[in-house]
Design a protein. Structure first.
Lengths: 339, 339, 339, 339
């Protein structure tokens, strides 16, 4: 850690910072510049809180110089982690598309969806049984019953399932229905109690980025899961909140190469929630794969105009087939593969 | 609701929108302009989802014209709601300051804190036993033990307590320790399952604004609590996330008059988390009260340099006393009162 | 325009709004709902100011329903505009890459740059002679002398030149050196006096998006140029300002399909300023082309470590060659062409 | 400056950074930590560009430790600067309110405005003759003719005038009409050529914050003016752009204490453009003064419903009188004065 002293800091204040560093078992190295004195704290700085040092008199700024995350960091684990979801690999050379409707509605809708997913050559299916909704007065999801419909429809086509967990108390139900991938939604990215719970199970987790989470906060959220023992984590960029109002969120495509540099874990993209409109999905999907994403989470509905929620963001089965063709072409150009 | 058709919409598409509106039990009113046809849906539009209509062919935009919240809206409840916390009123003419340390640390620290709170003429005490922390490797709060220390220290001075609930599974413990005001933190503002739970108890709730929540989302989050039956809700503005990096968050002072217009419920401000630095607290506190806030949530620590978390944002007991004097002066100028 | 009256608006207030609409030569159509009265203003609403109507008593909201831009709108001009820069087409099927150094430094650097641009198969060259710099104490560009070096080096390789205009008083100099494309930088997007000036000349203009400009403001800025008579406008997305601090800006890839829908004019992307780091350029460039961009503005320097400004964002000649190969592959997948 | 090397940096790379620092005439101080080597550059770091160092192999991060601004910094000029506008002081103990209409419209409107300004006890008058408008199709200001009306009406009441300069070519006209304070608008904050021009004249300048300018960029923009020789600069916070859509901008009240700490120059606030609605002006004005602002720029119109632009954000003469009373009360509480 580096501690920058104010230009009017006294010798006594400098001494007091040094003492605090040494109390924590680190070594202090003092460098006196022309305008400022800078103190380096040498040792494992993860135990030093910059805010504590900034509260000391005469300190202008205290900065970490090592990353606060460890298990998820590429710095300590150079090779790409490849996650195996019932035989379907994600990461490394393999790109996986995950598709399905926003909400589980009826057995018929789920059956048609599963067939359309399969027909497009997609190998993993998504669907929401428990839904986080902004208003208490709108459809809240079909719950456990929905989970059952989903499991049944997906099993018929041999598709592993991905669904969102909103509350730690639902985790047992998720285990009972053998959910193959647990999704942590954008509003739960910093629900630390929930992260600790999914850190204890042996099921891959898709961790969506919080609506206005920084890359660093997102990596720390993953570190919470990893610290519990579950290292099968997939990051999912889904658009961030900005000043722009034309579209729901701004897909942060830069996050893809940046995460690939900072972590060894796979990174996927949700183009449907990012833009919020079906007509934007193809362009955003292509951009994500071209930028190096390891997969996509795409909303598809057998009949979008009848969907119970987010009706205008789901593409239809025919559009999914055509999108898959483009994505395979792009994957090939950059030396990757969609099986 | 108003549905704006695209300039190339066909008669058939217009008919199909009208049919959909009528199916939902509303009446359609068509207005043909020079460049666009606009359809009004007359009736209780809360049952109509704009996204569903936007997914229909030929529709350019669908807009709600009434507010999606009801119980919390001033539109339906003109007078200010005054909340009574063990005899201490908040709202109407009365302003309440709530103060105390960020974290419950030790019995001694809590005792000193409670005394300082009392000495400054503050009537409600805050303190965190369960702490949401960005890193899994930093101090996570003293938990149930902390809650016990807090209750004890506060009781000695006759102060009602305010503390944060992070997980629905902790609610029973909160009831056992007779927490006087439950705080829902910024990261939990859209933890809908948690909101539903606190909607069922009969304890006042402070609902902090999510880091990047819009006014409308915030009101809807309160509506979740209210819909459960608990109408004792206090909004707490605590700074929003922006591009500025000099300070932790930007205190959104405009939210104060806006909320006072939109809702009858009290609105308070947390100047400590907003700025993130103790030296900003007085200026932000004065601004909040001058703008019409019904109270403040101010971090104070008997010895800030020794605090276990957020050390550089707590003011000390002497600063709290001096701040109270200024706030009383400002309250008087605008015809309000801090007892 | 639609005017939504407050739920307590009186008949008199409604009448007064109708009168105001009719005074402006439009027709009023009144629709009385269960909770609100809505008034439509039928006719050319561009002459009505929503803010004026919102200042009338009883009005809750006034909304435009037609777009405020006209010449640049695809609504009135369905086919893609293809811009011809000395025989090099941009728009339609043709994608153009524009490359070169951030700043014009020396004749030698410009000669090497031009050769590298040409060698990579790039047909248009960029370079900054006048530089907007955040600090008055850093390098401010080589000015007119730089423009001369640039013209000379580019002519030798037969490359048209693209360079930034910061001040209307420099326009004559630009005409003298026959600048082929005038770039309006991000800080000048709403320098309306400058936009009016470039609207009067017959030279293609690249209009960069303001750091926090909405799509609508950006289109209106282009409309300023177009209204002056110059319709050869190319939009350039270059990253927007958000809360994220890991990278300089967030490349808004969603803006690409959105602009392609809203306007008939070409849209290019500057991946270099967006990310701010050379190692991000390839990923962002691929994403932009995959999302449908009509071109790129890529910084390349013959020796990046020696560049006088933005040293860490320029790629080197070898990286440009390799990037061009990937971009050609992606263009082909989506049915487009880089000559 | 501090240069943090990557954890895999070689000795050769470290040497190369040291060499570069020494070439620039600074001294290098190397500190080898457990995970990273950190190099300090001792001397006048303003001549070192962090981006240049970050482009060197093995460098992870380069950070300035001194502020890049000098003339405007409080670090080098401890006492508050008090600016004298024709005998009216701003800064130090004195608070000044500046009021008047958004646009100069007619001689009659300006005469009524000047009378209302005077009657409220306000000593400085504002009004816009040249207007930056988002659309080329809306009212663009009354220009030189407007400036003349303004000068005449203000002279009659003995009020100094404040008006916006949008283009360097208008500066002579401003001098001719003896504009007392030149306003640089939010869209021009980084129009560096314009800043250089106003740096050369001897007239106080109000520098509005760019819509999404950081505190640091804003201070650097002021440094541009100061570097030219004009040190009579007044900062004006006018709301920043965020994700919130309920109000036009978010008034950044935290910027007030922060600027008062960073610079010796006065800081005022524009509550009218910040919120964008007349009913928010009083609350925001009180908050600004309570937070320590040295003044306000408040839009007032003799007949707001008839204003030619921004009609819904101007308060009326009676509201201005009542606001002045509240502000005087708050100023007194914090030991300041509105004459």
């Amino acid at each position: 850690m580096i501690i920058v002293m104010s230009n009017v800091a006294t010798e006594e204040q400098i001494e007091s910072v040094i003492k605090r560093i040494e109390e924590k078992g680190l070594e202090a190295s003092v460098s006196r510049g022309t305008e400022r004195t800078v103190i380096g704290a040498i040792g494992d700085e993860r135990s030093l809180d910059p805010e504590l040092l900034e509260s000391l008199p005469g300190v202008e700024q205290a900065l970490h110089i090592v990353k606060p995350y460890k298990i998820v960091a590429r710095e300590w684990h150079k090779e790409d982690t490849v996650i195996d979801i019932q035989g379907n690999l994600i990461g490394g050379k393999q790109i996986q598309i995950i598709s399905g409707p926003c909400s589980v509605e009826t057995p018929d809708q789920m059956e048609k969806s599963a067939k359309a997913v399969k027909a497009a050559g997609v190998r993993l299916m998504r669907g929401g049984a428990f839904k986080p909704r902004t208003s208490p007065y709108t459809f809240q999801g079909t719950g456990v019953e929905g989970l059952e419909m989903f499991r049944k429809a997906a099993d018929k086509e041999g598709l592993p399932i991905v669904t969102e967990l909103m509350d730690a108390r639902q985790l047992d139900t998720f285990m009972k229905y053998k959910v193959d991938v647990i999704q942590i939604g954008t509003r739960s990215m910093q629900n630390f109690e929930l992260l600790k719970e999914v850190g204890k199970v042996n099921v891959p987790v898709i961790l969506k980025r919080g609506m206005s989470a920084t890359i660093s906060e997102w990596l720390m959220a993953a570190e919470y899961i990893a610290a519990g023992g579950n290292h099968n984590i997939i990051f999912c960029e889904r658009g961030i909140r900005t000043f722009e109002t034309y579209y729901r969120n701004v897909l942060d495509v830069t996050a893809i190469p940046v995460l690939k540099k900072e972590t060894h874990l796979p990174v996927i993209v949700d183009p449907s929630h990012a833009g919020g409109k079906a007509w934007m999905v193809a362009a955003l999907s292509r951009a994500a794969i071209a930028a190096g994403a390891d997969g996509l989470l795409v909303e598809m509905h057998p009949n979008p105009c009848e969907a119970w929620c987010d009706a205008d963001q789901a593409i239809n089965p025919q559009e999914l087939i055509s999108l898959m063709g483009e994505l395979r072409g792009i994957a090939k150009v950059i030396g990757r593969e969609i099986l």
